[in-house]
Design a protein around this ligand. Structure first.
Ligand code: NAD
Length: 485
Protein backbone atom coordinates (compact mmCIF):
# COMPACT_ATOMS: atom_id res chain seq x y z
CA UNK A 1 0.00 0.00 0.00
CA UNK A 2 1.20 3.53 -0.71
CA UNK A 3 2.35 5.35 2.39
CA UNK A 4 0.17 8.37 3.30
CA UNK A 5 3.23 10.64 2.96
CA UNK A 6 3.75 9.73 -0.71
CA UNK A 7 2.83 12.83 -2.77
CA UNK A 8 0.70 12.61 -5.91
CA UNK A 9 3.79 13.48 -7.96
CA UNK A 10 7.24 14.96 -7.45
CA UNK A 11 6.78 18.51 -8.76
CA UNK A 12 4.08 21.16 -8.72
CA UNK A 13 4.10 23.39 -11.81
CA UNK A 14 1.52 25.68 -13.34
CA UNK A 15 -1.10 24.81 -10.75
CA UNK A 16 -0.80 21.03 -10.91
CA UNK A 17 1.26 18.02 -9.95
CA UNK A 18 3.75 16.96 -12.60
CA UNK A 19 5.84 13.79 -12.78
CA UNK A 20 8.87 12.79 -14.80
CA UNK A 21 10.26 9.46 -13.65
CA UNK A 22 13.29 9.92 -15.91
CA UNK A 23 14.79 12.00 -13.07
CA UNK A 24 17.03 10.44 -10.39
CA UNK A 25 14.85 8.76 -7.74
CA UNK A 26 15.12 10.39 -4.30
CA UNK A 27 14.03 8.12 -1.43
CA UNK A 28 12.25 9.84 1.46
CA UNK A 29 13.22 8.15 4.71
CA UNK A 30 11.31 8.54 7.97
CA UNK A 31 14.09 9.37 10.41
CA UNK A 32 12.38 7.79 13.41
CA UNK A 33 12.40 4.30 11.89
CA UNK A 34 14.72 4.35 8.88
CA UNK A 35 11.78 3.19 6.74
CA UNK A 36 11.34 4.53 3.19
CA UNK A 37 7.95 6.27 3.10
CA UNK A 38 7.98 7.94 -0.32
CA UNK A 39 9.95 8.49 -3.51
CA UNK A 40 10.26 11.64 -5.57
CA UNK A 41 12.25 12.14 -8.76
CA UNK A 42 14.80 14.90 -9.30
CA UNK A 43 13.76 17.41 -11.94
CA UNK A 44 15.01 16.66 -15.41
CA UNK A 45 16.07 19.59 -17.63
CA UNK A 46 12.57 19.42 -19.18
CA UNK A 47 10.94 19.88 -15.76
CA UNK A 48 13.27 22.76 -14.86
CA UNK A 49 12.43 24.41 -18.18
CA UNK A 50 8.69 23.93 -17.65
CA UNK A 51 8.85 25.45 -14.16
CA UNK A 52 10.94 28.47 -15.17
CA UNK A 53 9.00 29.32 -18.31
CA UNK A 54 5.67 28.97 -16.50
CA UNK A 55 6.81 31.12 -13.59
CA UNK A 56 8.26 33.77 -15.90
CA UNK A 57 4.99 34.05 -17.79
CA UNK A 58 2.69 33.93 -14.74
CA UNK A 59 4.59 36.71 -12.98
CA UNK A 60 3.46 39.42 -15.41
CA UNK A 61 -0.26 39.15 -14.68
CA UNK A 62 0.36 38.52 -10.95
CA UNK A 63 2.34 41.78 -10.66
CA UNK A 64 -0.49 43.68 -12.37
CA UNK A 65 -3.04 42.62 -9.76
CA UNK A 66 -3.53 45.07 -6.91
CA UNK A 67 -1.73 44.45 -3.65
CA UNK A 68 -5.09 44.03 -1.98
CA UNK A 69 -5.99 41.18 -4.35
CA UNK A 70 -2.63 39.44 -3.89
CA UNK A 71 -2.81 39.92 -0.15
CA UNK A 72 -6.29 38.43 0.05
CA UNK A 73 -5.04 35.23 -1.60
CA UNK A 74 -2.08 34.95 0.75
CA UNK A 75 -4.28 35.50 3.79
CA UNK A 76 -6.74 32.88 2.55
CA UNK A 77 -3.84 30.45 2.17
CA UNK A 78 -2.86 31.23 5.78
CA UNK A 79 -6.37 30.32 6.94
CA UNK A 80 -6.31 27.03 5.03
CA UNK A 81 -2.93 26.16 6.54
CA UNK A 82 -4.22 26.78 10.04
CA UNK A 83 -7.36 24.69 9.40
CA UNK A 84 -5.15 21.80 8.23
CA UNK A 85 -2.47 22.27 10.86
CA UNK A 86 -2.76 18.75 12.22
CA UNK A 87 -2.35 16.97 8.88
CA UNK A 88 0.41 19.34 7.78
CA UNK A 89 2.21 18.77 11.07
CA UNK A 90 2.04 14.99 10.66
CA UNK A 91 3.54 15.39 7.18
CA UNK A 92 6.27 17.68 8.54
CA UNK A 93 7.07 15.01 11.13
CA UNK A 94 7.32 12.35 8.41
CA UNK A 95 9.49 14.65 6.31
CA UNK A 96 11.91 15.69 9.09
CA UNK A 97 11.44 13.32 12.04
CA UNK A 98 10.78 16.29 14.34
CA UNK A 99 8.30 15.44 17.13
CA UNK A 100 4.66 16.29 16.59
CA UNK A 101 4.81 18.20 19.88
CA UNK A 102 6.98 20.72 17.96
CA UNK A 103 5.53 20.55 14.47
CA UNK A 104 2.01 21.24 15.75
CA UNK A 105 3.13 24.65 17.01
CA UNK A 106 6.14 25.64 14.91
CA UNK A 107 5.85 24.70 11.26
CA UNK A 108 2.54 25.10 9.39
CA UNK A 109 1.67 27.70 12.04
CA UNK A 110 4.77 29.81 11.34
CA UNK A 111 4.22 29.33 7.60
CA UNK A 112 0.68 30.63 8.06
CA UNK A 113 2.02 33.58 10.06
CA UNK A 114 4.26 34.52 7.12
CA UNK A 115 1.41 34.22 4.60
CA UNK A 116 -0.83 36.31 6.81
CA UNK A 117 1.79 38.95 7.62
CA UNK A 118 2.96 39.50 4.04
CA UNK A 119 -0.63 39.21 2.80
CA UNK A 120 -1.39 42.09 5.14
CA UNK A 121 1.52 44.19 3.85
CA UNK A 122 0.88 43.60 0.14
CA UNK A 123 -1.53 46.52 -0.27
CA UNK A 124 0.77 49.00 1.48
CA UNK A 125 3.80 48.71 -0.80
CA UNK A 126 3.74 52.26 -2.04
CA UNK A 127 6.36 54.72 -3.24
CA UNK A 128 6.92 58.38 -2.42
CA UNK A 129 6.40 61.75 -4.01
CA UNK A 130 9.46 64.00 -3.97
CA UNK A 131 8.67 67.65 -4.87
CA UNK A 132 11.37 69.56 -6.82
CA UNK A 133 9.92 73.03 -7.33
CA UNK A 134 7.52 72.71 -10.27
CA UNK A 135 8.89 69.27 -11.19
CA UNK A 136 8.74 66.19 -9.10
CA UNK A 137 10.01 62.63 -8.74
CA UNK A 138 7.82 59.74 -7.80
CA UNK A 139 9.01 56.29 -6.82
CA UNK A 140 7.34 52.95 -7.27
CA UNK A 141 8.13 49.72 -5.45
CA UNK A 142 8.23 47.06 -8.14
CA UNK A 143 8.63 43.31 -8.16
CA UNK A 144 12.02 41.82 -9.04
CA UNK A 145 10.43 39.26 -11.38
CA UNK A 146 11.15 35.53 -11.20
CA UNK A 147 12.61 34.39 -7.88
CA UNK A 148 14.19 31.07 -7.02
CA UNK A 149 13.92 29.74 -3.45
CA UNK A 150 16.18 26.91 -2.28
CA UNK A 151 15.54 25.30 1.08
CA UNK A 152 17.43 23.48 3.83
CA UNK A 153 15.93 20.37 5.44
CA UNK A 154 15.16 21.47 8.97
CA UNK A 155 11.99 23.58 8.40
CA UNK A 156 10.57 22.57 4.99
CA UNK A 157 7.13 24.21 5.39
CA UNK A 158 8.41 27.31 7.12
CA UNK A 159 11.23 27.94 4.65
CA UNK A 160 8.88 27.62 1.65
CA UNK A 161 6.56 30.19 3.26
CA UNK A 162 9.27 32.55 4.56
CA UNK A 163 10.49 32.84 0.96
CA UNK A 164 7.24 32.40 -0.96
CA UNK A 165 5.03 34.78 1.04
CA UNK A 166 7.14 37.98 0.73
CA UNK A 167 8.06 37.12 -2.87
CA UNK A 168 4.42 36.76 -3.89
CA UNK A 169 3.27 39.75 -1.83
CA UNK A 170 5.62 41.96 -3.87
CA UNK A 171 4.30 40.58 -7.18
CA UNK A 172 7.09 38.11 -7.96
CA UNK A 173 6.67 34.50 -8.98
CA UNK A 174 8.74 31.70 -7.46
CA UNK A 175 10.25 28.36 -8.33
CA UNK A 176 11.07 26.67 -5.02
CA UNK A 177 13.43 23.73 -4.67
CA UNK A 178 13.12 22.01 -1.31
CA UNK A 179 16.03 20.13 0.20
CA UNK A 180 16.31 16.64 -1.31
CA UNK A 181 16.18 15.33 2.27
CA UNK A 182 12.73 16.78 3.02
CA UNK A 183 10.91 17.18 -0.32
CA UNK A 184 7.30 16.69 0.78
CA UNK A 185 5.99 19.74 2.65
CA UNK A 186 6.59 22.46 0.05
CA UNK A 187 4.27 20.60 -2.33
CA UNK A 188 1.44 21.15 0.16
CA UNK A 189 2.23 24.87 0.33
CA UNK A 190 1.94 25.05 -3.48
CA UNK A 191 -1.36 23.12 -3.41
CA UNK A 192 -2.82 25.42 -0.73
CA UNK A 193 -1.84 28.59 -2.59
CA UNK A 194 -3.73 27.37 -5.66
CA UNK A 195 -6.73 26.47 -3.52
CA UNK A 196 -6.60 29.98 -2.03
CA UNK A 197 -6.86 31.49 -5.50
CA UNK A 198 -3.26 32.07 -6.59
CA UNK A 199 -2.99 32.00 -10.38
CA UNK A 200 -1.36 28.86 -11.77
CA UNK A 201 2.39 29.27 -12.14
CA UNK A 202 3.12 31.90 -9.50
CA UNK A 203 4.45 29.36 -6.98
CA UNK A 204 6.04 26.18 -8.33
CA UNK A 205 7.99 23.38 -6.66
CA UNK A 206 10.66 21.25 -8.30
CA UNK A 207 12.70 18.53 -6.62
CA UNK A 208 16.36 17.73 -6.86
CA UNK A 209 19.85 17.90 -5.45
CA UNK A 210 22.45 20.67 -5.83
CA UNK A 211 22.58 20.12 -9.56
CA UNK A 212 18.95 21.17 -9.99
CA UNK A 213 19.55 24.12 -7.65
CA UNK A 214 22.51 25.08 -9.81
CA UNK A 215 20.42 24.93 -13.01
CA UNK A 216 17.86 27.28 -11.42
CA UNK A 217 20.43 29.73 -10.09
CA UNK A 218 22.29 30.10 -13.38
CA UNK A 219 19.24 30.53 -15.62
CA UNK A 220 19.25 34.04 -17.14
CA UNK A 221 15.48 34.42 -16.65
CA UNK A 222 15.90 34.31 -12.88
CA UNK A 223 16.11 37.70 -11.14
CA UNK A 224 16.65 36.69 -7.51
CA UNK A 225 17.91 33.72 -5.53
CA UNK A 226 17.04 33.16 -1.88
CA UNK A 227 18.94 30.27 -0.30
CA UNK A 228 18.71 28.70 3.12
CA UNK A 229 21.62 26.33 3.60
CA UNK A 230 25.18 25.89 4.77
CA UNK A 231 28.00 28.41 4.32
CA UNK A 232 29.87 26.32 1.69
CA UNK A 233 26.69 26.03 -0.43
CA UNK A 234 25.99 29.72 0.13
CA UNK A 235 29.41 30.67 -1.23
CA UNK A 236 28.81 28.64 -4.42
CA UNK A 237 25.30 29.96 -4.96
CA UNK A 238 26.34 33.57 -4.28
CA UNK A 239 29.11 33.32 -6.90
CA UNK A 240 26.75 31.76 -9.46
CA UNK A 241 24.13 34.45 -8.83
CA UNK A 242 26.73 37.22 -9.12
CA UNK A 243 27.66 35.94 -12.55
CA UNK A 244 24.13 36.89 -13.70
CA UNK A 245 24.01 40.02 -11.46
CA UNK A 246 21.02 38.55 -9.60
CA UNK A 247 19.69 39.72 -6.25
CA UNK A 248 20.40 37.33 -3.38
CA UNK A 249 19.31 36.49 0.12
CA UNK A 250 21.60 34.04 1.91
CA UNK A 251 20.39 32.44 5.14
CA UNK A 252 23.35 30.31 6.19
CA UNK A 253 24.88 28.54 9.14
CA UNK A 254 25.97 29.72 12.56
CA UNK A 255 27.92 28.98 15.73
CA UNK A 256 26.17 31.50 17.89
CA UNK A 257 27.11 32.61 21.40
CA UNK A 258 24.74 32.52 24.36
CA UNK A 259 26.26 34.48 27.26
CA UNK A 260 25.07 33.85 30.81
CA UNK A 261 26.22 36.28 33.49
CA UNK A 262 26.35 35.26 37.12
CA UNK A 263 23.39 37.48 38.06
CA UNK A 264 21.08 35.65 35.60
CA UNK A 265 18.00 33.75 36.69
CA UNK A 266 19.48 30.26 36.47
CA UNK A 267 16.30 28.42 35.48
CA UNK A 268 15.53 30.90 32.71
CA UNK A 269 19.11 30.70 31.48
CA UNK A 270 18.97 26.89 31.48
CA UNK A 271 15.64 27.10 29.59
CA UNK A 272 17.26 29.43 27.04
CA UNK A 273 20.21 27.07 26.61
CA UNK A 274 17.83 24.11 26.12
CA UNK A 275 15.74 26.02 23.55
CA UNK A 276 18.92 27.19 21.86
CA UNK A 277 20.46 23.71 21.56
CA UNK A 278 17.93 20.92 21.72
CA UNK A 279 14.83 22.16 19.86
CA UNK A 280 14.46 20.14 16.63
CA UNK A 281 17.23 17.95 18.05
CA UNK A 282 19.66 20.81 17.58
CA UNK A 283 19.03 21.16 13.84
CA UNK A 284 18.42 24.92 13.96
CA UNK A 285 20.69 27.46 12.27
CA UNK A 286 20.34 30.14 14.94
CA UNK A 287 21.21 27.83 17.86
CA UNK A 288 23.34 29.24 20.65
CA UNK A 289 25.78 26.35 20.67
CA UNK A 290 28.59 28.19 22.45
CA UNK A 291 27.16 28.73 25.90
CA UNK A 292 29.50 31.05 27.82
CA UNK A 293 28.80 30.80 31.56
CA UNK A 294 30.40 33.18 34.06
CA UNK A 295 32.58 31.27 36.48
CA UNK A 296 30.63 32.08 39.66
CA UNK A 297 27.54 30.10 38.62
CA UNK A 298 29.12 27.46 36.40
CA UNK A 299 28.63 24.33 38.55
CA UNK A 300 25.13 25.36 39.66
CA UNK A 301 24.19 26.00 36.00
CA UNK A 302 25.60 22.65 34.85
CA UNK A 303 23.83 20.71 37.60
CA UNK A 304 20.45 22.25 36.76
CA UNK A 305 21.07 21.83 33.03
CA UNK A 306 21.90 18.12 33.41
CA UNK A 307 18.83 17.59 35.58
CA UNK A 308 16.47 19.27 33.11
CA UNK A 309 18.08 17.67 30.05
CA UNK A 310 17.41 14.31 31.73
CA UNK A 311 13.69 15.09 31.40
CA UNK A 312 13.82 15.01 27.56
CA UNK A 313 11.50 12.31 26.21
CA UNK A 314 13.07 10.51 23.24
CA UNK A 315 10.73 8.30 21.31
CA UNK A 316 8.04 8.02 18.68
CA UNK A 317 7.76 11.53 17.18
CA UNK A 318 4.06 10.95 16.45
CA UNK A 319 3.41 10.56 20.20
CA UNK A 320 2.68 14.06 21.46
CA UNK A 321 4.45 13.27 24.74
CA UNK A 322 7.77 12.92 22.87
CA UNK A 323 9.87 16.05 23.22
CA UNK A 324 13.05 15.03 21.40
CA UNK A 325 13.26 13.43 17.97
CA UNK A 326 15.93 11.86 15.76
CA UNK A 327 18.49 13.42 13.42
CA UNK A 328 17.06 13.95 9.96
CA UNK A 329 19.23 11.29 8.29
CA UNK A 330 21.69 8.53 9.13
CA UNK A 331 24.41 10.65 7.53
CA UNK A 332 23.63 13.65 9.74
CA UNK A 333 23.60 11.34 12.78
CA UNK A 334 27.07 10.06 11.88
CA UNK A 335 28.39 13.60 11.37
CA UNK A 336 27.12 14.60 14.81
CA UNK A 337 28.48 11.43 16.47
CA UNK A 338 31.84 12.29 14.87
CA UNK A 339 31.77 15.72 16.54
CA UNK A 340 30.90 14.12 19.89
CA UNK A 341 33.98 11.86 19.57
CA UNK A 342 36.11 14.93 18.75
CA UNK A 343 34.78 16.66 21.86
CA UNK A 344 35.81 13.67 24.00
CA UNK A 345 39.23 13.33 22.31
CA UNK A 346 40.03 17.03 22.62
CA UNK A 347 39.40 16.94 26.38
CA UNK A 348 35.95 18.46 26.91
CA UNK A 349 34.10 17.14 29.99
CA UNK A 350 30.97 15.19 29.10
CA UNK A 351 28.12 16.25 31.41
CA UNK A 352 25.31 14.22 29.85
CA UNK A 353 24.41 12.31 26.68
CA UNK A 354 27.23 11.59 24.28
CA UNK A 355 25.84 8.51 22.55
CA UNK A 356 23.48 7.25 19.91
CA UNK A 357 20.24 6.35 21.70
CA UNK A 358 19.35 2.67 21.90
CA UNK A 359 16.39 2.91 19.48
CA UNK A 360 15.46 2.40 15.86
CA UNK A 361 15.98 5.50 13.76
CA UNK A 362 18.67 8.14 14.03
CA UNK A 363 18.42 9.29 17.64
CA UNK A 364 21.30 10.91 19.51
CA UNK A 365 21.03 11.73 23.21
CA UNK A 366 20.99 15.44 24.04
CA UNK A 367 24.64 16.07 24.82
CA UNK A 368 26.34 18.69 26.99
CA UNK A 369 30.09 19.26 27.17
CA UNK A 370 31.65 21.52 29.82
CA UNK A 371 35.19 22.94 30.12
CA UNK A 372 35.12 23.55 26.37
CA UNK A 373 37.86 25.91 25.15
CA UNK A 374 37.71 28.26 22.18
CA UNK A 375 40.10 26.21 20.05
CA UNK A 376 38.21 22.90 20.30
CA UNK A 377 36.51 21.67 17.12
CA UNK A 378 33.11 21.52 18.85
CA UNK A 379 33.45 25.22 19.71
CA UNK A 380 34.44 26.30 16.22
CA UNK A 381 32.37 24.33 13.70
CA UNK A 382 28.63 24.23 13.16
CA UNK A 383 27.51 20.74 14.28
CA UNK A 384 23.77 20.97 13.51
CA UNK A 385 22.84 18.44 16.14
CA UNK A 386 22.11 18.23 19.88
CA UNK A 387 25.59 19.09 21.17
CA UNK A 388 25.96 22.02 23.58
CA UNK A 389 29.38 23.38 24.42
CA UNK A 390 29.67 25.19 27.76
CA UNK A 391 32.64 27.54 28.02
CA UNK A 392 33.78 29.51 31.11
CA UNK A 393 34.41 33.24 31.23
CA UNK A 394 35.29 35.88 33.80
CA UNK A 395 34.76 39.39 32.38
CA UNK A 396 32.35 41.09 29.98
CA UNK A 397 35.15 42.43 27.81
CA UNK A 398 36.72 38.99 27.50
CA UNK A 399 33.47 37.20 26.64
CA UNK A 400 32.44 39.70 23.97
CA UNK A 401 35.81 39.36 22.22
CA UNK A 402 35.63 35.55 22.36
CA UNK A 403 31.99 35.45 21.24
CA UNK A 404 32.86 37.50 18.15
CA UNK A 405 35.93 35.43 17.30
CA UNK A 406 34.21 33.33 14.61
CA UNK A 407 33.49 33.55 10.90
CA UNK A 408 29.75 33.23 11.66
CA UNK A 409 27.33 35.93 12.85
CA UNK A 410 23.77 34.67 12.84
CA UNK A 411 22.43 34.96 16.40
CA UNK A 412 23.51 35.89 19.90
CA UNK A 413 21.90 35.89 23.31
CA UNK A 414 22.56 37.26 26.78
CA UNK A 415 21.06 36.38 30.14
CA UNK A 416 21.52 38.94 32.93
CA UNK A 417 19.37 41.01 35.27
CA UNK A 418 21.54 44.09 34.55
CA UNK A 419 19.72 45.71 31.63
CA UNK A 420 22.41 48.29 30.93
CA UNK A 421 24.88 45.47 30.51
CA UNK A 422 22.43 43.41 28.44
CA UNK A 423 22.00 46.19 25.85
CA UNK A 424 25.72 47.06 25.89
CA UNK A 425 26.74 43.43 25.30
CA UNK A 426 24.16 42.87 22.54
CA UNK A 427 25.31 46.14 20.95
CA UNK A 428 28.85 44.77 20.78
CA UNK A 429 28.02 41.32 19.41
CA UNK A 430 28.35 40.67 15.67
CA UNK A 431 25.00 39.07 14.80
CA UNK A 432 21.54 39.97 13.51
CA UNK A 433 19.03 37.84 15.40
CA UNK A 434 19.69 38.64 19.06
CA UNK A 435 17.94 37.83 22.33
CA UNK A 436 17.92 39.29 25.83
CA UNK A 437 16.82 36.85 28.54
CA UNK A 438 15.42 34.56 25.86
CA UNK A 439 16.63 32.43 22.96
CA UNK A 440 15.47 31.36 19.50
CA UNK A 441 12.21 33.28 19.21
CA UNK A 442 11.52 33.92 15.51
CA UNK A 443 8.27 35.88 15.08
CA UNK A 444 7.53 36.89 11.49
CA UNK A 445 7.40 40.55 12.61
CA UNK A 446 11.13 40.53 13.48
CA UNK A 447 13.94 40.67 10.91
CA UNK A 448 15.87 37.40 10.69
CA UNK A 449 19.28 36.85 9.11
CA UNK A 450 23.01 36.83 9.54
CA UNK A 451 26.13 38.97 9.33
CA UNK A 452 29.65 37.87 8.31
CA UNK A 453 29.63 34.37 6.76
CA UNK A 454 26.12 33.66 8.11
CA UNK A 455 24.38 35.53 5.37
CA UNK A 456 23.29 38.42 3.25
CA UNK A 457 19.88 40.09 3.40
CA UNK A 458 17.04 39.59 5.86
CA UNK A 459 13.94 37.43 5.96
CA UNK A 460 10.65 38.26 7.70
CA UNK A 461 9.42 41.69 8.83
CA UNK A 462 9.25 44.74 6.59
CA UNK A 463 12.95 44.17 5.81
CA UNK A 464 12.06 41.16 3.64
CA UNK A 465 10.04 43.43 1.36
CA UNK A 466 13.24 45.33 0.51
CA UNK A 467 14.84 42.07 -0.57
CA UNK A 468 11.98 41.01 -2.86
CA UNK A 469 11.32 44.35 -4.56
CA UNK A 470 13.15 47.28 -6.12
CA UNK A 471 12.46 50.98 -6.37
CA UNK A 472 11.82 52.75 -9.66
CA UNK A 473 12.43 56.49 -9.67
CA UNK A 474 10.54 58.66 -12.20
CA UNK A 475 11.47 62.32 -12.85
CA UNK A 476 8.52 64.38 -14.14
CA UNK A 477 9.29 67.73 -15.85
CA UNK A 478 6.49 70.28 -16.07
CA UNK A 479 8.28 72.93 -18.19
CA UNK A 480 10.39 72.97 -21.35
CA UNK A 481 13.55 70.92 -21.72
CA UNK A 482 16.77 72.99 -21.79
CA UNK A 483 19.53 71.48 -23.92
CA UNK A 484 23.02 72.69 -24.92
CA UNK A 485 22.27 72.56 -28.61
P1 NAD B 1 22.97 22.51 2.24
O1 NAD B 1 23.81 23.71 2.09
O2 NAD B 1 23.60 21.18 2.12
O3 NAD B 1 21.77 22.53 1.19
C1 NAD B 1 20.85 23.60 1.15
C2 NAD B 1 20.11 23.56 -0.19
O4 NAD B 1 21.00 23.95 -1.22
C3 NAD B 1 19.57 22.19 -0.58
O5 NAD B 1 18.29 22.36 -1.15
C4 NAD B 1 20.57 21.72 -1.63
O6 NAD B 1 20.03 20.81 -2.55
C5 NAD B 1 20.92 23.03 -2.31
N1 NAD B 1 22.20 23.06 -3.01
C6 NAD B 1 23.33 22.37 -2.72
N2 NAD B 1 24.30 22.70 -3.60
C7 NAD B 1 23.79 23.61 -4.45
C8 NAD B 1 24.30 24.33 -5.56
N3 NAD B 1 25.56 24.18 -5.97
N4 NAD B 1 23.49 25.21 -6.19
C9 NAD B 1 22.22 25.41 -5.77
N5 NAD B 1 21.68 24.74 -4.73
C10 NAD B 1 22.45 23.85 -4.07
O7 NAD B 1 22.26 22.69 3.66
P2 NAD B 1 21.41 21.62 4.49
O8 NAD B 1 22.35 20.58 4.96
O9 NAD B 1 20.20 21.24 3.73
O10 NAD B 1 20.92 22.50 5.73
C11 NAD B 1 21.70 22.72 6.85
C12 NAD B 1 22.38 24.06 6.78
O11 NAD B 1 21.41 25.08 6.55
C13 NAD B 1 23.06 24.44 8.07
O12 NAD B 1 24.31 25.02 7.80
C14 NAD B 1 22.13 25.47 8.68
O13 NAD B 1 22.74 26.37 9.55
C15 NAD B 1 21.59 26.14 7.46
N6 NAD B 1 20.33 26.80 7.76
C16 NAD B 1 20.29 28.17 7.80
C17 NAD B 1 19.10 28.82 8.12
C18 NAD B 1 19.02 30.32 8.19
O14 NAD B 1 17.93 30.85 8.09
N7 NAD B 1 20.11 31.03 8.36
C19 NAD B 1 17.96 28.07 8.38
C20 NAD B 1 18.03 26.68 8.32
C21 NAD B 1 19.21 26.06 8.01
Amino acid sequence: MTHPAQPKASHFINGEYVEDTAGTPIPVIYAATGEQIATVYAATPAIVEQALSTAKEAQKAWAKMTGTERGRILRRAADIMRERNHDLSVLETYDTGKPLQETLVADATSGADALEYFGGLAASLTGEHIPLGEDWVYTKREALGLCVGIGAWNYPTQIACWKGAPALACGNSMVFKPSETTPLCALKVAEILIEAGAPAGVFNVVQGMGEVGGALVTDPRVDKVSLTGSVPTGKKVYVAAAEGMKHVTMELGGKSPLIIFDDADIDNAVGGAINGNFYSSGQVCSNGTRVFVQKGIKEKFLARLAERTGNAILGDPMDEATSFGPMVTENQMNIVLGYIEKGKEEGARLICGGNRADKDGYFIEPTVFADVTDDMTIAREEIFGPVMSVLDFETEEEVVARANDTEFGLSAGVFTKDFTRAHRVIGNLEACSCFINSYNDAPVEAPFGGVKASGVGRENSKEAIKHFSQVKSVYVRMGDVEAAF
